[in-house]
Design a protein around this ligand. Structure first.
Ligand SMILES: [Zn+2]
Length: 391
């Protein structure tokens, strides 16, 4: 049984224009993009009438934490709830992303590797949710960022073991921490301070790539960003104290930036613990500049929300698309940041409408090329050819 999206203005994830077309999906994939109103569906096929509306690929959120509740202290909630309740919360959070048209998420850190189990449960059909590229625990140093879900690794041999362990558990990518962060520990963690060494990061990236997975590095401070880029890391998360020189190196190597602008605004406004507020204010002051440097250099920018963090519910992509647009990213680039560019950075075969791609499609109201935020408010959501919202 096929699904046909009729009379669509299709944006394929790459082009600067839409194409009037009928999209035919079968076996969970797009099988044909045909001339508009040319497809005659069989009587048992599902039909979505787009009536000329813009149809875009399902969205990608490049940075979430499914285990987190988005309250003022999500790490404390996980600790209080324990593992079983946390698994169930993560499953519910996954469902909420999908309902909003987020058909793929990268989960960059979860206690007990819970997100890896959610990823598998979605694949098996036990849980309704987006495709989850899950890192599980973060491969990071003892006493550093992400203490709540760290796979603590000190030294080159240890990080290689850490990568192998996460891949063996089923991780779809590796998360590491090159510097301290804002929300994490009240003391002993500074945003600018480097954590894993250049040698450790290089060994980590090499091993991850040998195992066929990408690496996302939490990096706010300049030195940590530079070390990560030189190490061959694929995506810099946050990238707050980026410089022009590092931005040029990133553009040259194709290293992506996932700035997560909105979450720091929430933290700076007092959405999290007190110790995080002052650090976030400092970050917000520098963050727009980092995105401008990346844009000017031609660095691929990925939309990620840090959903689950204080004040960032599942889903929050709307807020991040608005923040990227407000920062000066043109609408087309905002849309790519949440589709094709995110997919490329994460090494995932999603984010495009073309034969062979997964049948993840959104029917939108209005013109996302004027207001890209509209992409995160879809009328209809099709995920793996299943109608999960609208009709
Ligand atoms: Zn995060």
């Amino acid at each position: 049984m096929a699904l046909v999206v009729r009379d669509a203005a299709v944006w394929d994830g790459d082009s600067s224009e839409v194409t009037p077309a009928d999209v035919v999906c079968d076996g969970g994939r797009v099988v044909a993009v045909e001339a508009v109103r040319s497809v005659r569906p069989d009587t048992d096929d599902d039909v979505v009438e787009a009536d000329g509306a813009v149809v875009v690929p399902g969205l990608v959120d490049g940075h979430v934490h499914l285990v987190w509740s988005a309250g003022p202290d999500p790490a404390g909630v996980v600790e209080a709830d324990g593992e079983q309740l946390t698994v169930l919360r993560a499953a519910e959070n996954a469902r909420a992303h999908l309902q909003a048209g987020v058909t793929t998420v990268a989960d960059l850190g979860s206690n007990w590797d819970v997100a890896i189990a959610v990823a598998r449960a979605v694949e098996l059909g036990h849980v309704v949710g987006p495709r989850v590229l899950a890192a599980g625990r973060t491969v990071a140093m003892t006493g550093g960022h992400d203490p709540f879900w760290v796979n603590a690794c000190d030294g080159v041999d240890a990080v290689v073991r850490g990568v192998r362990e996460q891949v063996f558990l089923g991780a779809g990518l590796i998360k590491t921490a090159a510097t301290g962060g804002v929300y994490g520990r009240a003391e002993g963690e500074e945003v600018g301070a480097s954590e894993l060494t250049a040698e450790e990061l290089a060994a980590l990236a090499r091993e991850a790539h040998r195992r066929g997975v990408k690496v996302a590095a939490h990096a706010l401070g300049t030195e940590g960003i530079r070390d990560s880029v030189e190490a061959g890391i694929d995506v810099i998360e946050h990238g707050v104290f980026l410089t022009e020189e590092i931005a040029a190196a990133m553009a040259g190597r194709g290293t992506a930036l996932c700035p997560t602008l909105a979450v720091y605004r929430s933290l700076a406004a007092g959405g999290g613990p007190d110790y995080a507020t002052a650090k976030a204010v400092e970050v917000v002051r520098a963050h727009d500049n980092a995105v401008h440097l990346a844009m000017e250099a031609g660095v691929p920018i990925v939309a990620g929300t840090d959903a689950g963090s204080p004040g960032m519910p599942h889903p929050s992509l709307e807020d991040e698309l608005a923040a990227l647009h407000a920062c000066g990213l043109p609408p087309l680039d905002v849309l790519k940041a949440a589709t094709s560019r995110a997919a490329d950075a994460l090494g995932a075969d999603v984010g495009r409408i073309r034969p062979g791609a997964p049948a993840d499609l959104l029917v939108l109201d209005g013109d996302p090329f004027t207001d890209p935020v509209l992409a995160a408010r879809p009328r209809t959501v099709v995920a793996r050819q299943r109608l999960v919202r609208g009709g």
